[in-house]
Ligand binder design. Structure first.
Ligand code: SAM
Length: 272
């Protein structure tokens, strides 16, 4: 049976602080290194990631899923002195390469993180892998801070997300044709892909037990339809309230234009 958990625990920031940061972020975005980030993060999640990184202030970020490198640039902007480790199996797709980052193709789950300062490291997963498995791997190593960029709700998306877990939804990998044009991109979807997970409440119990915080970052604005073109409804798409109402001030038009890229990005703080 489906349940609706949008947040676990309390976060040390307010909706007002999020709203007050929007203008600074829009000014920052004017200096982005890539004209377009098709296939990667757009304004709603770039903003969410930038805001969260500045609040959490990790000394190191492990970015899994680099694509063209927009996320790496964003990490540099939010945390100018942080160490950055980038994991990307297809390095030749990277356009923006950071001098500060260390790049590797080896998967997060196949890397020895023993020497890392776990309390001061944040894991940023945007790699379309099984997020529940990633969470368990992060816990195994003792990491505490995670952002999951892909957090698709019950009936959508190409990976098992924490939102699906918390909705008791299980997961069925979409048929290849549903990937559409992304399938054309070189190696965009790579194994290992989880194919099927039976709907269950055990995975949700694990998340509830091990997460001090699970926080879905709110959309900046909400257009009439979801990213899949259907009308919003709270049963299929439980969503935090948007930060701004429509129409927005001209400064924030980018959030209206790219509103459909919103995908329930979440921050997780694991228990010690
Ligand atoms: C959605 S894109 C990342 C977008 C990026 N965060 C941005 O907006 O700047 C997903 C990326 O994950 C990479 N990927 C696929 N499997 C992966 C894995 N097992 N570990 C790390 N990255 C992986 C893909 O090659 C692709 O570049």
């Amino acid at each position: 049976m489906q349940q609706d958990i949008r947040q676990i625990g309390q976060v040390p920031w307010t909706v007002e602080e999020i709203a007050d940061s929007l203008a600074e972020f829009v000014a920052l975005l004017a200096g982005k290194p890539l004209e377009s980030n098709e296939g990667g993060m757009k304004a709603p999640h770039l903003f969410a990631t930038w805001f969260l990184l500045r609040k959490i202030q990790p000394a190191c970020v492990i970015e899994s899923g680099v694509w063209k490198g927009m996320g790496t640039w964003l990490i540099e902007q939010a945390l100018p002195t942080a160490e950055i480790i980038c994991i990307e199996p297809v390095l030749e797709n990277i356009v923006y390469k950071s001098d500060k980052a260390r790049y590797q193709t080896q998967d997060f789950a196949q890397t020895d993180w023993d020497k890392m300062d776990k309390e001061r490291t944040l894991l940023f997963f945007d790699d379309h892998q099984n997020c529940f498995q990633r969470l368990q791997d992060a816990r195994k190593w003792g990491f505490e801070h995670i952002i999951f960029e892909d957090n698709y709700p019950a009936k959508q998306g190409d990976c098992y997300t924490l939102k699906k877990v918390l909705m008791h939804a299980g997961f069925e990998a979409p048929k290849p044709k549903a990937y559409g044009r992304w399938q054309q991109l070189k190696h965009y979807f790579l194994p290992p892909k989880t194919e099927y997970i039976i709907p269950n409440r055990q995975d949700a119990l694990y998340v509830e037990k091990n997460c001090e915080i699970y926080y879905e970052f709110p959309p900046v604005v909400k257009n009439d339809t979801t990213r899949w073109g259907d009308a919003w409804n709270e049963a299929d798409y439980p969503t935090p309230l948007p930060i701004l109402s429509l129409p927005t001030d001209n400064t924030f038009k980018i959030f209206e234009e790219e509103a459909q890229a919103y995908n329930w990005l979440c921050y997780v703080r694991l228990r010690k």
